[in-house]
Write a new protein. Structure first.
Length: 134
């Protein structure tokens, strides 16, 4: 497993390549100045991703970036991110300006956008979801 943590000025940026094993060893609750959070997990719908998001306590968080690699060309096999919608719609993320999905895979970006609209209805309704090619 690989872990990358890059910290700039008192934890205002955190980049993690995570797994559930790593999640059990890291707690980010103390990063109260966190502004940008970048998560790269082999399974973006994993419980580790949800648990990291549950620990965000910074009132300064503005951007969450999720790196998604899905080699499939079948839209039905795109990772189901529905479990993230409730968390991204919570009070902890009320000031979130951008939920950025950096996507690498066989689907067209408009298809990925449609899947995110389906999986993240509350987050999408806020107009903060963006999708770019990674």
């Amino acid at each position: 497993w690989k872990l990358q943590v890059r910290v700039q000025s008192l934890c205002d940026l955190l980049k993690l390549t995570s797994s559930l094993v790593i999640k059990q060893r890291i707690n980010i609750r103390g990063c109260i100045n966190l502004r940008t959070f970048i998560i790269h997990d082999g399974n973006p719908a994993s419980s580790a991703v949800r648990e990291f998001l549950a620990e965000v306590s910074s009132p300064h968080i503005r951007t969450v970036t999720l790196l998604v690699l899905a080699r499939t060309t079948n839209p039905d096999e795109f990772p189901n991110l529905s479990a993230l919608d409730e968390r991204l719609s919570s009070r902890a993320f009320r000031r979130l300006d951008t939920f950025l999905v950096k996507y690498a895979g066989g689907l067209q970006l408009d298809v990925v956008s449609d899947k995110l609209r389906e999986h993240l209805p509350s987050t999408h309704a806020r107009g903060i979801v963006q999708v770019v090619r990674w």
